[in-house]
Design a binder for this molecule. Structure first.
Ligand SMILES: C[S@@+](CC[C@H](N)C(=O)[O-])C[C@H]1O[C@@H](n2cnc3c(N)ncnc32)[C@H](O)[C@@H]1O
Length: 304
């Protein structure tokens, strides 16, 4: 039988370690209960912050009441205060999946270097480029972020596809993505990223006949399955002018359906036109991504 010395050598003399363990557990338990009690007592104070108590000098979690009113106004304006707007799961599912894949890191780099769009929108363009049928037409590439996301999607589809992007050119004064010559930078970026063979850049104002004639030379009638519009807020006129190029069902991505600051005016025009086209049944709404990009489909009306 082991004596006291033996027990000491293995750390078991004095009060039994299980005994002391229990005591410790009891002490911990008491501490925990006291902490819980204190927290419970604090809850009404915390809640009072959510409900607009005046005395909250260091409060960082509650919303400014004016901001709350503005949010409610915008939610009503955009019809998202009603749970019935929750539909169109497939694209969201695609985005959820792409976000976890290495392509998303690539698109994040693309976004940082060349695009005003949110990486989620670049992921949607990549996905649509890969999955849609037919050719692609883009209005407003700027430095080519959206263009390259689409192009790598088209390339990933493994099918030969034509892709035309229309840019008016000039100087770009974006705060973080400046350009002295948009068209020159766009073309150089496509070359630098090995994508110049996949994209035809048509230079000119999208609504001018000369520009349209060049686009019509590059793309056969009823061949475009993906149309991206991110130029100056003209949506209906672009659809009217280029609809002969669109397939009977064509995916459409339109930026600045919602925007603040610099793009606010463009968004006001865009929203008005998109909503009217949706109401007429020309466009079908399928989702909103990034900072305010509309995604949906254009449908040809077949005469009865
Ligand atoms: C908001 S930027 C596009 C951003 C780009 N999609 C991206 O991924 O960052 C709009 C672009 O459309 C071009 N643009 C504006 N009005 C145009 C027009 N009427 N015709 C053709 N391009 C136009 C501008 O020069 C600019 O490059």
């Amino acid at each position: 039988m082991a004596d006291a010395t033996d027990l000491k050598s293995v750390g078991l003399n004095g009060p039994c370690r299980f005994e002391s363990g229990h005591r410790q557990a009891r002490a911990n338990d008491t501490k925990r209960r006291t902490r819980e009690k204190e927290t419970a007592m604090k809850v009404p104070v915390k809640l009072s912050k959510w409900f607009g108590a005046k005395d909250r000098p260091n409060d960082v979690i509650s919303l400014d009441p004016a901001a709350e009113v503005e949010l409610e106004r915008v939610e009503k304006l955009y019809g998202i205060e009603d749970p019935s707007c929750l539909r169109s799961a497939a694209l969201m599912k695609a985005l959820m999946i792409h976000r976890t894949q290495p392509i998303y890191a690539q698109l994040t780099t693309l976004k940082r270097k060349y695009s005003m769009l949110h990486t989620d929108v670049l992921a949607v363009l990549y996905y649509l480029g890969k999955r849609t049928e037919g050719n692609a037409l883009e209005i407003g590439p700027y430095l080519g972020g959206s263009t390259m996301a689409t192009a790598i999607g088209l390339r990933a589809s493994g099918r030969p596809r034509a892709f035309v992007t229309v840019e008016v050119g000039g100087e770009g004064k974006h705060p973080t993505l400046r350009s002295r010559d948009i068209v020159q930078d766009l073309k150089q970026n496509l070359v630098d990223n090995g994508l110049s063979d996949f994209v035809e850049v048509v230079v000119g104002p999208v609504l001018e006949n000369e520009t349209a004639a060049r686009v019509f030379q590059c793309l056969p009638a009823r061949s475009v399955g993906l149309l991206t519009i991110d130029a100056d807020g003209e949506v209906q006129t672009v659809l009217d002018l280029y609809q002969e190029l669109l397939r009977d069902i064509c995916w459409v991505v339109i930026d600045d359906y919602y925007a603040v600051a610099m793009a606010k005016e463009k968004a006001a025009r865009t929203k008005l036109q998109v909503d009217a086209a949706v109401a007429k049944g020309d466009l079908e709404e399928l989702g909103f991504y990034g900072w305010g990009t509309w995604v949906g489909r254009w449908r040809r009306k077949i005469a009865a």
